[in-house]
Design a protein around this ligand. Structure first.
Ligand SMILES: [Fe+2]
Length: 430
């Protein structure tokens, strides 16, 4: 990693954090006590504290910048439900702290002689901030605030890709699931590639659309016990769910809440804000199933063998190949301010013809989030380990995910009842 590039990323991530709260004030920065969001004023301080802790204190041996930093912003020590009661600094003081940390890190990166371990620590803090920045966008949706403005307004208007029907056939065989040690940076949960056997299978070329999901809702899908697993039905009845969380019926048709305004369904955009149980019930209704994690990753990253039989040994970093994402290939980086139609961005197709496996909407897969063989936690021990066994895996990234974070092997994870995140799914035939 080039220190100059990393310094630019440190600055860019901090600017994005600040931009996502720039139009908010007073109570909006604290918000209601919910298990799925943090007070935004706390969360922006937390990203800077994380960088101070790992880059400046652990990496460089600096003393704490604030005597109260660990008491306020250490997410491992400060219980979620207490974060609304903390004596948080003012917005102005929080911003000053955020800028102070950023300046010290950037200054160190431009000072020459930066060790590999320091580069790793700083990069880790950038990616941590990127993940929180995505959380800021779904927090704004959860709380009904205005959407984050598209980073590129010209792209935002260009989403008319239409639907994309059909399944892609994948030959199967022995597949190396996970990251290889040549990858410059990986999180602990991706380590390391290990062989899994896949029988030949097919997988939808596109995620399930709003129109497709509407047919499930209108067919009484939420009320038919036989479509739901036992735990799914327990969730559904406890939540009183009869449709996706941000849908409502108005004047005879469904509408969707897009941040603070209601809009008609966008028929060919992916269904979003559905949880794992809703995805599972839809599959039962449609006579299909969720892909396994290995099937999803193989569909995104494997290529047909040149002999014409089976798959080659080459594993692509992204669905389209090894080049980094561009706006023509993937809807990322909040450039568009929301999702595009599932038929858009054909240039990003995988070798077997699956579209938008990177970007647009996170995709639930069938599997529990579990460690790969030989798992060892990274220095930030709470990144993956506490969540094994209770969370489900999501793949691919969404419109708000930063492109620098992603590759085909990237694993996201949430509990199966989370409906507030930018999640949809694609299906496989039985
Ligand atoms: Fe965090």
């Amino acid at each position: 990693m080039d220190p100059t590039q990393l310094a630019a990323w440190v600055g860019d991530a901090r600017e994005r954090s600040l931009a996502l709260v720039a139009d908010l004030a007073g109570d909006q920065l604290i918000g209601p006590r919910l298990t799925v969001v943090n007070p935004l004023l706390w969360e922006i301080g937390h990203v800077a504290w994380f960088q101070e802790k790992w880059a400046l204190r652990e990496g460089l041996g600096h003393s704490p910048l604030r005597a109260d930093g660990d008491l306020l912003w250490d997410s491992s020590a400060v219980a979620h439900e207490t974060r609304w009661d903390l004596p948080l600094p003012s917005l102005a003081d929080t911003k000053a702290y955020m800028r102070d940390v950023r300046e010290r890190v950037v200054q160190r990166l431009s000072g020459g002689d930066v060790t590999t371990s320091l580069l790793y620590l700083i990069l880790y803090t950038v990616f941590h901030e990127d993940m929180h920045d995505e959380a800021f966008t779904y927090t704004r949706q959860t709380l009904g605030y205005p959407g984050s403005p598209p980073v590129d307004a010209a792209l935002a208007a260009n989403d008319d890709g239409g639907p994309l029907a059909g399944d892609a056939a994948v030959p199967g065989g022995t597949f190396q699931l996970g990251s290889s040690p040549e990858e410059p940076f990986v999180f602990d949960n991706e380590k390391w590639a290990h062989p899994v056997h896949l029988a030949p299978y097919a997988i939808a070329r596109a995620p399930v659309t709003q129109r497709e999901f509407e047919a499930f809702v209108d067919d009484g899908g939420y009320l038919r016990r036989e479509l739901w697993s036992q735990s799914g039905w327990a969730w559904r009845t406890a939540a009183g769910a009869g449709e996706p969380v941000y849908w409502r019926r108005a004047e005879g048709s469904w509408q969707r809440r897009d941040f603070y305004r209601w809009v008609p369904l966008e028929p060919h955009r992916p269904v979003i804000h559905v949880n794992w149980y809703e995805a599972e019930a839809y599959c039962a209704w449609a006579g299909r199933r969720l892909p396994t994690e290995a099937e999803w990753e193989a569909a995104a990253s494997s290529e047909p063998a040149s002999s014409g039989a089976g798959e080659s040994d080459h594993k692509r970093r992204f669905p389209w190949g090894d080049h980094l994402p561009t706006p023509e290939r993937a809807n990322l980086d909040a450039r568009r301010g929301g999702c595009v139609d599932v038929g858009a961005l054909a240039a990003g197709d995988s070798a077997f013809g699956c579209r938008q496996m990177t970007g647009n909407v996170w995709e639930w897969v069938a599997d529990d989030f579990l460690p790969y063989p030989g798992f060892v936690p990274d220095m930030y021990r709470d990144y993956s380990q506490p969540w094994f066994g209770t969370h489900k895996v999501l793949r691919g990234g969404c419109w708000a995910t930063r492109s620098r974070l992603l590759r085909n092997t990237w694993r996201n994870f949430y509990p199966p009842d989370r409906r507030d995140v930018w999640a949809g799914f694609r299906t496989c035939p039985l």
